[in-house]
Design a protein. Structure first.
Length: 263
């Protein structure tokens, strides 16, 4: 009755099932690892945001590449804004997905080194070929606090570093490029400003990174494993149905006629 399992159709079906089972198991573990990575990443971000601010030069220096463990750490610095060398970063969105600019202002420390400070978002309030109207930075000596961020790259951000832009407009924030442009020592990375709080006509501060959502990866892992268990169950159901149909067909077939007796 089960000889049909050796037919071409059933051999192919069985082989497909045998391939699907380990594939789905592996996909489930892949989603599980993504879930674990997301949870660990959220914990690291939360830890960095909750830590007390430290002087920026404790974590970065000219030419330094910000490590993952340093990202989002709160840092502070004392000095003055250099608004004459301020630039804007094109095609950035705010929390409402409106397109505008980020205002990047060099902050000159007491020792003459420069910390790049992203003061926040402003709307695109004029022709893209002109420098937008950016709210003025505070004057005089102040202390700023913000989240330490790594230099942006096209590979990391997906943003193409277009050349030939209008004066004082850039696509990516790069401490190396700004050091070359300013001719000064620029600390690696940059800072997303969090304090002092904006007053009046000031750029819109950039919100904290998302670190509470764990994503759907665990649900996807369970889903793949459920699909995996469904493969052998489905195979057994199909086999039993085939056996039932073959038995029913055999029962309905007419009985062969008896051969005439020989004289």
């Amino acid at each position: 009755m089960y000889r049909f399992l050796l037919t071409r159709q059933w051999v192919i079906l069985t082989l497909i099932g045998l391939v699907l089972i380990p594939t789905m198991i592996e996909l489930g573990f892949w989603q599980l690892h993504r879930h674990e990575h997301r949870v660990a990443q959220n914990a690291e971000i939360s830890k960095a945001l909750d830590a007390e601010p430290v002087p920026a030069e404790q974590l970065t220096s000219p030419g330094h590449s910000i490590e993952d463990s340093e990202r989002y750490r709160r840092v502070s610095a004392h000095g003055t804004y250099d608004t004459k060398d301020e630039v804007v970063v094109r095609r950035r969105t705010n929390s409402d997905e409106e397109i505008g600019f980020h205002v990047l202002t060099p902050f000159v420390l007491d020792n003459g080194k420069v910390l790049l400070v992203n003061r926040g978002w402003i709307p695109a309030n004029g022709p893209q070929t002109e420098f937008p109207k950016a709210p003025a930075a505070p004057k005089g000596k102040i202390t700023v606090t913000g989240r330490l961020m790594a230099d942006e790259t096209s590979a990391q951000s997906g943003i193409k570093d277009v050349q030939g832009l209008p004066d004082r407009q850039i696509m990516l924030i790069s401490s190396g490029q700004q050091a070359h442009s300013l001719g000064k020592e620029v600390l690696g990375g940059y800072v997303e400003l969090t304090a002092p709080e904006p007053a009046g006509d000031s750029p819109q501060l950039i919100g904290e990174p998302e670190h509470g959502d764990i994503g759907p990866h665990m649900a996807y892992a369970v889903q793949w494993w459920l699909f995996c268990t469904g493969v052998p169950i489905g195979w057994v159901v199909l086999v039993r149905r085939e056996v039932r149909d073959r038995r029913a067909a055999a029962a309905e077939a007419p009985a062969p006629e008896a051969a005439p007796a020989s004289v």
